[in-house]
Design a protein around this ligand. Structure first.
Ligand SMILES: [Zn+2]
Length: 424
């Protein structure tokens, strides 16, 4: 059975997803217990040939995944960093109902689409979970959505390996989309973003009445999800999960975690839902709709700013280890544009990540740099008065960590009482 799944909700080409995909393709070789410490243990080991297509792949043991790949060293470094932080984000955000990755998961990563397909992945997809391994294209033929797809498909692999149980399809796909949208900062992920384009698309679907009702969605079987392959279902599933994770100051987080814990422990989902949310689906539908209709057009620009501040702090910390300093924001931006931001080999990050972070700064907030206590901080002020400060820590001359502090906008003072109108 195949699931038709698209990790690119903005285009119509459906991609095949394979949560329940058990086809005999290239079987992955079992992980060897190689106890390597750092996440960048990049000594290539020859992969045991699983098929003609995968025989030539090099094997890398990383913290949570065994990567089999023909990518060059920088691309493998990037993939290693991304999936390590991705696994940590899955674990952090699902702590209330999931366990941890205890055995390295197999991840096949190809330079070219033709080799990816020859190794058993479905044509027309950028990434897929095959039931026993994650596969993706991340080289010459990578499209802009490769990592969205890997974050999405990787979550299906995480569900399969760690959460288990019969998670309803809307929750599995909705959570996969939730993580698919997450933004990598270089040292962590920022989750919970609402891309403005996706919000507009969801609202258009709500207005047109082209979405299923929440009740219909909950009753949709795995097989029907596959048969329909509808992009609207991905939008609805994502919007339900996002609502449960963030709406009304997070009041649904606990019952949602309780629901998923019950299902993953073997409960039937209708019973798990009733126990945690009650049986009034109509009022749930209403609150979901009110939430999405009430948002402003770019409701998570603070999170996008946070992601940029984190990435910039990550780069600034690394430049300091190379004794490169910037006197102000303009000098930093120009250096980035000219490719002169220098990071050490051991703390490498892909330069394109800084470009993406800077592109967002041109859309959101006022940005500046400040030297304080021997380090450089990045400051951002949003139009509503929210302030973000990105900073970093070094340890023994190496980059250690980046952090962003957010100070919400001060609440507007209450309006003074209208003075009595003097009598004429
Ligand atoms: Zn999926």
């Amino acid at each position: 059975m195949h699931i038709r799944c698209s990790r690119n909700p903005y285009t119509a080409h459906a991609q095949r997803d394979a949560l329940a995909f058990r086809s005999a393709g290239a079987a992955c070789t079992p992980c060897r217990a190689l106890l390597l410490t750092g996440i960048l243990a990049l000594t290539p080991l020859l992969a045991a040939p699983a098929s003609a297509q995968t025989a030539a792949l090099r094997r890398y043991e990383t913290k949570y995944y065994t990567i089999f790949t023909d990518l060059d060293a920088d691309a493998v470094r990037e993939a290693t960093l991304r999936i390590t932080h991705m696994a940590e984000e899955y674990q952090r955000r699902t702590r209330g109902f999931a366990g941890e990755i205890r055995e390295r998961l197999p991840f096949y990563l190809f330079n070219k689409a033709q080799d990816y397909v020859a190794a058993g992945a479905p044509a027309g997809t950028a990434g897929v979970f095959m039931g026993d391994r994650l596969m993706a294209i991340a080289g010459e033929d990578a499209g802009g959505h490769t990592w969205h797809t890997v974050q999405h498909e990787g979550f299906h692999q995480f569900v399969h390996a760690v959460i288990k149980g019969d998670i309803p399809i809307w929750a599995n796909e909705g959570l996969a989309e939730y993580f698919g949208e997450s933004v990598w900062t270089g040292d962590s992920f920022v989750s919970g973003v609402i891309p403005p384009q996706r919000l507009a698309q969801l609202r258009r679907r709500i207005r047109e009445g082209s979405l299923k009702s929440i009740e219909e969605m909950m009753l949709l079987s795995h097989a029907m999800w596959n048969a329909e392959g509808a992009l609207a279902n991905y939008d609805l599933a994502w919007s339900m999960v996002h609502f449960l994770a963030h709406a009304e100051d997070g009041k649904y987080q606990k019952p949602f975690a309780g629901f998923l814990r019950g299902v993953s422990g073997g409960d039937k989902w209708p019973e798990a839902w009733r126990r945690n949310f009650g049986s009034d689906v109509q009022s749930f539908q209403q609150r979901w709709r009110q939430y999405w209709e009430g948002l402003e057009p770019d409701p998570t620009r603070d999170l996008y700013a946070r992601a940029s501040a984190a990435t910039i702090a990550s780069f600034l910390g690394r430049t300091q280890t190379q004794r490169q300093f910037f006197k102000d924001w303009g000098e930093f931006e120009t250096a980035a544009k000219d490719g002169r931001v220098t990071v050490g080999k051991k703390d490498w990050l892909p330069p394109a990540l800084l470009d993406e972070a800077l592109a967002r700064t041109r859309r959101i907030g006022d940005w500046s740099l400040e030297r304080r206590g021997g380090t450089t901080r990045v400051l951002c002020r949003l139009d509503d008065g929210t302030q973000l400060v990105g900073s970093y820590r070094l340890k023994a001359g190496r980059f250690d960590s980046a952090d962003v502090k957010v100070t919400p906008a001060p609440k507007a003072p209450p309006k003074p009482a209208t003075p009595n109108t003097p009598n004429p």
